[in-house]
Design a protein around this ligand. Structure first.
Ligand code: FEO
Length: 616
């Protein structure tokens, strides 16, 4: 019997689940199963997005026929040829010889490698940004090579604002009746399997994932339909913000993952003592026995935690087998941007530490603590100080108070207190939304005032349209600008009024936090959502006191300070030509020529007053 789910009025999920599969791709255990998603659109033309694994062929074919309701199948869009999504194409063609297969040249090449059916007579080749109209809907094709294979392509339905994202944004685990991520407690019950899927399947290709994210950031996306796992129709930033962290190899949590390989329990003993000393300092820890926990779970945890400790006995003059496999696995998955410490053990010649150091030392931005702790068979009392020294050295990286270190998970919809450390006398994009109108401006005054609950103040010039929107809606976002922000961001949000300019026009920035307000995903290192609790009239400005109801970090790039902006971002003012005299706006660099500057002069670019000008 068919089993289909409605996605939208004209889009139906026709995929299927497999809970009998032991190992996905023959290597990753999937105790909760896996879903193979496929979607059928019934427009003037009918369009199927990918097929499924051969294990669920029969259910899938029945689903497609049911959703087609007797219509013919016009198009099959093939976004990824890996057989978990393409295995049933030959069956489908036998049933619907009329199909046109919409795909890239690379997909065509791969299909010919895997299958023998006649594709040349039915192929409709597309290239980057090509479009296909099927009646009401227009689709744009976006190449996303190496997310997960080189031929991968995303498809954007610009009518329904749906991104069909191939493997991206998927997770291990079958669908258990719910189709949408907002029907479950995703952060609690599914994020770990989403991270395990990401890190093991595409973790190696962070750069390519970043460039795919860059491409789709130009789109207005309201729904994401991946090939595995849930469909996203709300709070898209929950999953996108994770992908942004993972693709940059940024840890999600500050804490220490300790993995050990121990034959008789002595290396395990050292690992546990280290964990206790770290916990004594208020640092979060997690321990894995690499001979017990599957490597894919440890690789996933390594993508999550900021600090990694490897403790291994020496075996056959090398690294213990399970640890050796893990270390090579991590290197193969391109692990980077982590602090690492090593404990080695060996009864007559401890070599494992040096070998681990050699392998991980070749990975990018891996900072390994200078001294290994080296054990001869078993840890002795005299060596406890070595473990304490290692805990001390790691602890230096955890400057935050213990309470904060224990409670710093960056889950969207939660408040990550570490985001507050991004605040400075800096520059921020303040955004608000009133009805369908999005707007933003630059401000320089954001300050945390309480911890429980987290409250901040912002001061906003009454002349700013964003000010009026916040006064009306009581909601705003702060995007904390980082040092990489180009001058054009300051021009875009700081030098125009939202009353007569759409500040998001052409920016392609489509991400929103849970409160529905936009934020900047690029050139910012953290995002804070505030809900106004009080406002104080301060003359030219209103001081808003707001409770923070969502906060998450996006990168570890330093926040822009005002000084940094002046020294490094703002173009240096060009003196007036000839002997002309003038005044330069310290904010935006506008030059007013003349001997005098009226007291009521307002910069035509950034609207700052005469007090912000200085004589050239
Ligand atoms: Fe779900 Fe890369 O296949």
């Amino acid at each position: 019997m068919y089993c289909i789910k409605k996605v939208t009025d004209d889009l139906v999920w026709v995929g299927a689940n497999d809970r009998r599969l032991a190992f996905f791709e023959g290597v990753y255990s999937v105790p909760e199963g896996v879903s193979y998603n496929s979607y059928l659109l019934t427009d003037e033309k009918t369009v199927l997005f990918d097929t499924v694994d051969k294990a669920v062929r029969q259910r899938f074919l029945e689903n497609v026929e049911t959703a087609l309701k007797g219509r013919k199948l016009d198009y099959l869009v093939v976004q990824h040829v890996e057989p978990d999504h393409s295995a049933v194409i030959p069956d489908l063609i036998r049933q619907h010889p009329e199909i046109k297969i919409v795909c890239s040249a690379r997909v065509l090449e791969f299909i010919k490698q895997f299958y023998d059916f006649d594709i040349d007579s039915r192929v409709h080749l597309v290239e980057e940004n090509d479009t296909l109209n099927t009646g009401k809907h227009t689709f744009q094709f976006i190449m996303a090579p190496m997310v997960h294979w080189p031929e991968v392509m995303f498809t954007y339905d610009s009518t329904a604002k749906i991104l069909f994202s191939a493997d991206a944004f998927g997770h291990f685990g079958a669908l258990n009746g719910a189709l949408f991520a907002d029907e479950v407690d995703f952060a609690k019950d599914y994020m770990d399997e989403t991270r395990r899927y990401y890190s093991n399947i595409v973790g190696k290709y962070g750069t390519q994932v970043e460039s795919a994210l860059d491409k789709v950031s130009a789109l207005n996306i309201e729904m994401i339909c991946p090939l595995h796992g849930f469909v996203w129709r709300s709070n898209l930033s929950e999953i996108i913000s994770k992908y942004m962290l993972w693709s940059r190899y940024e840890p999600e949590e500050r804490g220490v993952m300790i993995s050990y390989a121990s034959v008789y329990g002595n290396t395990e003993n050292a690992a546990e003592i280290l964990a206790c000393r770290l916990r004594d300092k208020g640092i979060k820890t997690i321990i894995f026995d690499v001979s017990v926990t599957p490597a894919s779970e440890i690789v996933s945890a390594a993508f999550k935690w900021s600090h990694l400790v490897f403790a291994s006995t020496t075996y056959n003059a090398g690294i213990f087998v399970t640890m050796e496999a893990l270390i090579y696995d991590l290197a193969a998955h391109n692990i980077q941007n982590r602090r690492v410490a090593i404990i080695e053990n060996g009864s007559w010649a401890a070599t494992s530490g040096g070998l681990i150091r050699e392998i991980l030392g070749k990975c990018e931005k891996i900072d390994i603590l200078e001294n290994n702790v080296s054990i001869l068979s078993g840890l002795k009392a005299a060596q406890l100080s070595d473990i304490e020294s290692m805990a001390e050295a790691i602890g230096k990286d955890f400057a935050a108070p213990a309470g904060v270190a224990q409670n710093n998970q960056a889950a969207p919809n939660a408040v990550d207190p570490n985001t507050m450390f991004k605040l400075s006398y800096g520059l921020f994009v303040l955004t608000a939304r009133d009805g369908n109108k999005d707007n933003g401006c630059i401000i320089n005054t954001v300050m945390q005032v309480t911890v429980t609950p987290v409250k901040i103040t912002i001061a906003v010039n009454k002349a700013n349209y964003t000010h009026d929107m916040i006064l009306k809606t009581g909601k705003f976002n702060i995007s904390v600008l980082s040092e990489g922000a180009p001058f054009r961001v300051f021009q875009q949000f700081g030098f125009h009024s939202g009353k007569d300019t759409d500040k998001f026009a052409g920016s392609g920035e489509a991400l929103r936090t849970t409160n529905g307000v936009r934020y900047l995903s690029k050139w910012t290192n953290g995002v804070i959502s505030g809900e106004v609790k009080e406002s104080i009239d301060c003359g030219t400005h209103t001081l808003f006191i707001a409770e923070v109801n969502q906060a998450f970090s996006l990168s570890r790039e330093p926040s822009v300070t005002y000084q940094y902006y002046f020294d490094n971002i703002k173009p240096k003012p060009q003196p007036p030509k000839g002997n002309k005299k003038g005044f330069v706006c310290k904010i935006c660099g506008y030059v007013h020529e003349g001997d005098t500057l009226p007291d009521d002069f307002v910069c035509p670019l950034c609207k700052h007053g005469a007090q912000d000008f200085e004589r050239i």
